[in-house]
Design a binder for this molecule. Sequence first.
Ligand code: ZN
Length: 266
Amino acid sequence: MQPIIEEISYFACGSCTNHLHWMFKGAPKETRTFPAGVFLIKHRTQGYILYDTGYSTALYQNRWKYRLYRQINPIQVTTDQLIDHQLRQRGIQPEDIRWLIVSHLHPDHIGRLNYFPNATFIMTKSAFQQLKQASLKVLIFKEFLPTDFEERTIAIEPNQQRSAFPYQPVADLFADNSLLLSAFDGHALGQGCVFLPEKNLFLAADICWGMDLLAKTNDLKPIPRLIQDNMHAYRQSCAVLQQIQADGIAVVVSHDSEECIKEVLA
Ligand SMILES: [Zn+2]
């Protein structure tokens, strides 16, 4: 039988740097670059589906909240790294993206949402509802969203049980078992994560910041804890992620290293 998912590719769209020893108790003195990962999925009948959009150079603008963001989380992004630019380099026009799954609304995931004029956005209902909460704690820069974002978004509540993914309820996005969307709380409310049964691959957004850091969940220091939406849910989601990996599913999180993600996808 022909596969439904014909291809999945990864793009690093900017990055941030943080000191591991500032993030985790007992971590080595190491400064790590965390790329903002974007995935392009080619579906046999639905065409191109994008998972997140990475950083935007607009974050370099001289606005107080961007300055604060960059201070806490120094970023590096060039125009060459923007997802729409990288797609064009591959011969794919941003207009060709029909579906855009937005895992959650943090700046490193929504940077270029404005550049996909024909895309319908897909989010989990709870992640979408965060839009209504305007506090700085939820870290949503609404100016990155297209003005018609709400009208173009399908907010889905994952509520189906699937034996292929028994960990959380899912939504079978195209009713063909190719992309199962689930909601994971903790880092942000209802982060949309995707299981691709054909590839035995789970795209885990920011459940944690690196698969090699999963075991350090309990060592997270107070400031990085504060950045999480809900620390209790964060620990629970990390425990589920550990189980998913232990069961032999390939897992990547959005900020894993390029080498690590490319190895998993290969
Ligand atoms: Zn995030």
